[in-house]
Ligand binder design. Structure first.
Ligand SMILES: NC(=O)c1ccc[n+]([C@@H]2O[C@H](COP(=O)([O-])OP(=O)(O)OC[C@H]3O[C@@H](n4cnc5c(N)ncnc54)[C@H](OP(=O)(O)O)[C@@H]3O)[C@@H](O)[C@H]2O)c1
Length: 286
């Protein structure tokens, strides 16, 4: 059986949809913190069990019978994030899971400028220490994150963000499809995968040109100092750790942590991954 955590989230839900197209529903299970949100999966024959990363016993029950477990990383940072991952990995060992696949990120490293990539590196160490077969999916930076950064510019026409560097923005749909492909072709990757990236690395100067082409309106790019950007995030209600996290994305991009363009995602998909311009056009048409 393949069990997916975070299956009511944006990535996990897409992975389950792609798996349903590949394997019978009775071979699939989800571990979700609110089973009511997964009722549609239950209706289609997927096993739905309640599993919270804050309640290890619930995870052991939800992971029961997993030949493969897709552990979708938590939307938290620092020790709070790693503690949840540690609980899930311990539960997977207790439940005698055959293989753990984990949604890591390209650039995962202990010395990353981006807190989330440091958390992924610690989690990968925990996976390595289990002695179980494991795969870390080094997912490209979500194009959805770039779209969030662009939300104000969409209306103002000015991309006012900190100094950046090229990033291979990558679509949720492509990552979900590749994850389903890996889950249904057992053992294809041992340990970290190569970076699973979109087709091109773009900085926000290049994104401004793309945005102009997509909309037919001019877009400018203004560099905002890191400190001023952090203050803006705080003023918009972001807690300090989130504001720091946002700033750290730009620092990591400036250091080239998200510039790799790798063919592995295209190989898994059997086609080119979606270009950022396509994803931008789709999002802004909606
Ligand atoms: N590669 C990248 O660029 C990038 C960028 C941003 C984030 N990420 C990582 O990728 C992950 C998945 O992305 P996404 O877009 O699918 O995010 P998402 O939609 O926020 O999904 C996060 C999932 O985690 C679940 N969750 C949160 N706390 C939980 C808990 N205590 N117990 C059980 N489940 C819990 C959520 O459950 P509910 O459905 O009940 O809310 C949700 O299903 C994120 O969580 C983050 O770690 C990666």
């Amino acid at each position: 059986m393949i069990i997916v955590t975070g299956a009511t989230g944006k990535l996990g839900r897409r992975v389950v949809e792609r798996l349903l197209a590949r394997v019978p529903a009775e071979r699939l299970g989800v571990s979700v913190r609110d089973p009511r949100k997964a009722q549609d999966f239950a209706d289609r024959g997927v096993r739905v069990r309640q599993g919270s990363f804050d309640d290890p016993a619930s995870l052991v029950h939800a992971f029961e019978g997993a030949e493969q477990l897709l552990l979708v990383s938590l939307d938290r940072t620092g020790e709070e994030c790693v503690a949840g991952h540690r609980a899930a990995i311990d539960a997977a060992v207790k439940a005698r899971v055959g293989r753990i696949l984990y949604t890591s990120q390209m650039g995962a490293a202990h010395d990353s400028h981006f807190q989330a990539c440091r958390d992924h590196a610690v989690t990968e160490d925990l996976l390595r220490a289990t002695g179980l077969p494991w795969t870390a999916l080094r997912n490209g930076f979500y194009a959805a994150s770039a779209l969030q950064f662009l939300e104000a510019a969409r209306h103002s026409g000015d991309i006012a963000l900190p100094a950046d560097g090229p990033v291979t923005w990558t679509g949720h749909d492509d990552l979900a499809e590749a994850t389903a492909a890996i889950l249904t072709d057992d053992g294809r990757f041992e340990g970290p995968t190569p970076p699973l990236t979109g087709p091109a690395a773009l900085d926000f100067d290049a994104v401004a040109e793309l945005a102009a082409r997509v909309t037919g309106r001019p877009f400018t790019r203004t560099v905002v100092p890191d400190g001023a950007f952090r203050e803006q995030a705080l003023a918009h209600g972001a807690p300090a750790p989130v504001a720091d996290l946002l700033v750290s994305i730009f620092a990591a991009a400036r250091h080239g942590e998200f510039t790799a363009v790798d063919p592995t995602l295209a190989d898994l998909l059997g086609r080119e991954p979606a270009a950022f311009g396509t994803l931008l056009a789709q999002a802004w048409a909606a």
